[in-house]
Design a protein around this ligand. Structure first.
Ligand SMILES: O=C(O)CCC(=O)C(=O)O
Length: 200
């Protein structure tokens, strides 16, 4: 495990955390078993299909708006529940929801954002597992964050079976994005386990 830290940023990265055979099997299972959707968003009065497929799993009663979209939870699969239990032991807190992203090739991407929605427990880590093609995740300070101001960007290459913990208070001070990699033809799946606040 290596730790990447800067003011307001703590990342813990385990390259190859999941053995390749387990990562291959999980990737195949998710490609076939998950109900993937391509969501539409409205930007400046126009509708766009987001450049990736997504799905969301969560415990009953939890609601989550992500990128302005109300997510419709799918039931947990056994494989993802088992992985959740291992990750909860590792990070030391509950992980009651999971956002799945499927990048079909290098044209699919994720824009710059922070996972700082009010529904998320702010002290909890965001726990990310990557499967398939290697892609870079780029972190840059939020424009108005005093802690992170004038810090250089941090770039991590995330490969098959890698685990990444984004620890608090990273989401308060830093943005992250998954840029396009135009020549890439292989697909990638990313799982981000999260802790949502319990409903009132
Ligand atoms: O695909 C990735 O590694 C990043 C995913 C991400 O930023 C997110 O789910 O918020």
């Amino acid at each position: 495990m290596r730790t990447i830290s800067a003011p307001g940023l703590t990342l813990r990265h385990w390259p190859g955390w999941m053995p390749a055979s387990g990562a291959d099997a999980l990737q195949d299972h998710l490609l076939n078993a998950v109900c993937w959707r391509q969501e539409q968003i409205r930007l400046f009065g126009r509708t766009h299909a987001i450049p990736r497929l997504t799905s969301w799993m969560a415990d009953p009663g939890l609601r989550y708006r992500y990128s302005g979209l109300e997510q419709k939870p799918q039931p947990w699969s056994d494989a993802l529940l088992l992985l959740r239990q291992r990750l909860e032991q590792l990070c030391g807190h509950p992980l009651n929801s999971l956002l799945l992203n499927h990048y079909r090739d290098g044209h699919d991407a994720m824009g710059c954002h922070a996972d700082d929605e009010p529904e998320l427990v702010p002290d909890a880590s965001i726990v990310s597992v990557s499967l398939g093609a290697s892609r870079s995740l780029r972190f840059k300070p939020k424009p108005r964050s005093a802690l992170a101001a004038q810090q250089p960007c941090q770039v991590l290459e995330l490969g098959h079976g890698d685990l990444l913990l984004m620890d608090a208070p990273t989401q308060q001070h830093w943005l992250h994005e998954l840029p396009r990699r135009r020549r890439l033809t292989q697909s990638r799946i990313n799982l981000t386990y999260r802790q949502l606040r319990a409903p009132d």
